[in-house]
Design a protein around this ligand. Structure first.
Ligand code: SF4
Ligand code: SF4
Length: 374
């Protein structure tokens, strides 16, 4: 899969201060944090990141971004030390994706010294009265104070705005504010890679009681209702939709007919998660995390992961046991994943997430939004 790795994707913590309703950490019936995340906080330390970025196998990386599935950099125990290490590595660019709702203004001011190489993407989904409806547990005024402290100290920032039914009327005002406050640019995206949230999600309070609806008020459905999830699949992932309509054999044929577009392969990106495991992407890393690191039986991908463990040993991709060079050598640069794409044993994540129908379209769409917003 890899010839020359050019970019590194790090998820440095699995903890987050926010509880966004569509996030993997909260997605489900209660919309609260999934218990396995509360029980298993983990992170990559600056020392571990130093070993990673200075490994000879990564000698060609030019950029790094901090994002992932479950965590936000603001919840890392020492985020500044992580950025210091990345700066030491003299990369061309470093990107951070954050809700910006924690850490002090002193932190954000200090962080600005790493710009212009460092760009921070702040997720600000509305204004004073709407931002917190999706980015739950964060406050517009706090995020804006942090973002402006960063910008005013010379930091390069981007305002990312997810457009929902409840905030779409504020798009122009947000864009105007982004220019006034000195954000480099403003980009808006759609919720969970969709044109619109076509149904309402019931956001619950701590007692699991209905608190408010998110999404299309005229078409409210409860996330507890399996039909809601089915509708979501129908709207976003044609191959999954078809999986529900065909026999297993027909499904395998569909998989074989649906070419897979793999961004890590095309762009030569390597992912390392807070579980200290190396994967080509956060999709696989995220699924592995949910196995509670070694409780493979509980994973929906158990057979796929089991094959790796049986063939290469239980620590096959752990940076606590091997260097990045050794991991990539032992796994032959993740060749197996690619070899399986056109066979019935293809990885379920690759087939459902990266069949030609979904991810690539999103990437093109994103470019469109960025251009439109400039
Ligand atoms: S800020 Fe990001 S990681 Fe945190 S809950 Fe929201 S989407 Fe998830
Ligand atoms: S899920 Fe599979 S195809 Fe998709 S990015 Fe990851 S490795 Fe590539």
């Amino acid at each position: 899969m890899y010839t020359k790795i050019k970019e590194l994707h790090l998820e440095i913590t699995n903890q987050c201060n926010s509880r966004c309703p569509q996030c993997s950490r909260t997605f489900g019936t209660t919309l609260e944090e999934q218990p396995w995340l509360t029980k298993n906080p983990n992170e990559l330390s600056a020392d571990e990141i130093r070993k990673i970025v200075f490994d000879p196998a990564l000698q060609h990386i030019e950029s790094c971004y901090i994002n992932g599935n479950y965590g936000d950099i603001v919840m890392h125990n020492d985020p500044m030390s992580v950025i210091e290490v990345l700066a030491e590595r003299k990369l061309h660019s470093i990107r951070i994706h954050t809700n910006g709702g924690a850490q002090s203004t002193t932190f954000w001011k200090e962080l600005a010294k790493y710009s212009p190489k460092l760009m921070v993407y702040f997720a600000i989904d509305g204004l004073e009265d709407t931002h917190h409806l999706y980015r739950r547990n964060t406050r517009y005024d706090v995020v804006m104070k942090n973002a402006r402290a960063f910008i005013d100290a010379g930091g390069k920032a981007v305002w990312q705005f997810i457009k929902f039914e409840h905030n779409k009327h504020q798009l122009e005002e947000a864009k105007n504010r982004s220019q006034e406050y000195g954000f480099r640019w403003f980009e808006h995206t759609m919720p969970y890679n969709k044109k619109e949230l076509s149904f309402g999600i019931s956001v619950k309070d701590k007692n699991f009681e209905h608190s408010y609806w998110l999404g299309n008020k005229g078409n409210e459905k409860d996330i507890d209702n399996p039909q809601t999830l089915q509708d979501q699949y129908n709207g976003t992932k044609p191959i999954v939709k078809r999986m529900h309509e065909v026999t297993p054999v027909q499904f395998i044929n569909l998989v074989n007919d649906s070419p897979i577009k793999c961004r890590p392969k095309d762009d030569q990106v390597l992912y390392i998660g807070s579980t200290k495991r190396v994967w080509p992407c956060c999709f696989l890393g995220g699924r592995w995390s949910r196995t509670n690191d070694m409780d493979i039986e509980q994973s929906s991908l158990n057979n796929y992961f089991k094959e790796y463990v049986e063939k290469f040993g239980e620590h096959f991709n752990s940076i606590e046991h091997y260097s990045i060079s050794d991991i990539l050598n032992n796994l032959n640069n993740f060749k197996k994943i690619e070899q399986d794409w056109n066979t019935p044993s293809a990885c379920g994540v690759c087939t459902t997430i990266c069949s030609s129908s979904s991810y690539w379209k999103t990437k093109e769409k994103k470019k469109e939004y960025v251009n439109e917003s400039k």
